[in-house]
Design a binder for this molecule. Structure first.
Ligand SMILES: *Cc1c(COP(=O)(O)O)cnc(C)c1O
Length: 357
């Protein structure tokens, strides 16, 4: 018996997904930065992405890049650096995404101190309204960046479909390509990286509408869950189940579907409502909201229904299941992005690497 609750990570599937996306992007002369934040940069899984052919590893947290220090591949910090962390950023990230001149100036001072050149990608906000400088301000900030010692302007990039849900398309990504041309004309520099976004940009590759200039994407969800994120579609020839949750049954009993007594509040202060389906066979699993939001779990046995959860207990209805469960059995779930993020972060969840080959 394996430890429960646990997340099972099939690195063979992660590698397969990585290769499929690397090959797809290669046809369009696009390199991939493999994004590791959704699985807290577990080094073995990150290394699988490297074996699958990504050119960079990328994470939003410097603590995660520290875990990857041993891996011999350029590392990219995705979240804008904190000034209070510039030392760690210059030490553990080769490249960082930036939008604030004051931060870039601090990175420059630190890079000089550490005798390093820190590379930056200037983020441009094309309308999603998360990070990035406004298009009209690009030239003036580039002019200042080019004066800084210890800093190399490696490229420009954008992030879409995160805060505002704005979809990438040939217009806004064309705008990014145009900015690269403008920088070239104005300052006579060729940028190495034109980074056209995350897993939501894949569908324009499929449509063959990605502007030629775009030569980098930062991919997380599409690699780990085999899903593009503009419309949430599965990507052809990839696995959606490289990561699974296994949780153990600690109680299995037939009970009514409506609680008995006056209804006050549940454990989280909400007033619950119930549908009367008569007596049902219910299982309690030893995993709870402290580990994962149950809305982001997908029971692999389609006859199972999740009916509720408190901090440490997940209640499921197994009445319709053909399989006869017993106490001590494991129930497995496929995961949405949010579940994967939470489960890998929870210290109560055992992380088990498996290899389906
Ligand atoms: C998380 C993140 C990504 C990866 O997004 P996915 O949708 O998982 O591919 C890319 N870029 C930035 C800046 C991010 O924060």
């Amino acid at each position: 018996m394996f430890i429960c609750p646990r997340i099972e990570i099939d690195i063979n599937k992660v590698k397969h997904n990585t290769k499929v996306l690397v090959d797809l992007c290669k046809k369009h002369h696009i390199d991939i930065a493999g994004v590791t934040k959704v699985f807290c940069a577990i080094p073995k899984v990150a290394n699988t992405m490297v074996e699958g052919g990504v050119k960079y590893l990328a994470d939003s947290r410097i603590e995660n890049l520290v875990k990857l220090a041993e891996l011999n591949i350029p590392k990219l910090l995705l979240r804008l650096p904190m000034i209070s962390q510039v030392h760690e950023v210059v030490k553990y990230a080769d490249i960082s995404l930036n939008s604030e001149l004051s931060t870039i100036e601090e990175l420059s001072k630190e890079a000089i101190k550490l005798n390093k050149v820190h590379e930056i990608i200037l983020m441009v906000d094309l309308g999603d309204l998360r990070e990035g400088v406004w298009v009209d301000d690009v030239n003036s900030i580039v002019k200042e960046i080019l004066k800084l010692k210890g800093i190399k302007l490696k490229g420009i990039g954008t992030n879409l479909t995160c805060y505002g849900g704005v979809l990438p398309n040939k217009e806004n990504l064309g705008q990014l390509a145009g900015i690269a041309d403008e920088i070239k004309n104005e300052f006579n520099i060729e940028l190495d990286i034109i980074s056209g976004g995350n897993s939501s940009s894949l569908y324009i590759i499929e449509k063959n509408e990605i502007p030629d200039k775009i030569n980098n994407l930062r991919l997380g969800e599409s690699i780990v869950l085999g899903r593009e994120t503009a419309y949430g579609n599965s990507i052809e020839n990839t696995y959606q189940d490289a990561f699974k949750l296994a949780a153990e049954i600690i109680e299995l009993k037939v009970k009514p579907s409506i609680p008995i007594g006056e209804i006050g509040m549940d454990a989280f202060g909400n007033k619950p409502t119930f549908e009367d389906k008569g007596n049902r066979k219910r299982a309690i699993l030893a995993v709870g909201r402290q580990d994962v939001n149950p809305d982001n779990l997908i029971p692999i046995n389609e006859k199972i229904e999740i009916i509720g959860a408190s901090s440490d207990h997940l209640i499921i209805d197994v009445t319709d299941s053909e399989k006869e469960y017993k106490v001590g059995d494991e129930i497995k779930f496929n995961l949405e992005y949010g579940a994967l993020l939470q489960l890998t972060t929870s210290e109560y969840i055992h992380k088990q690497i498996i290899n389906s080959n």
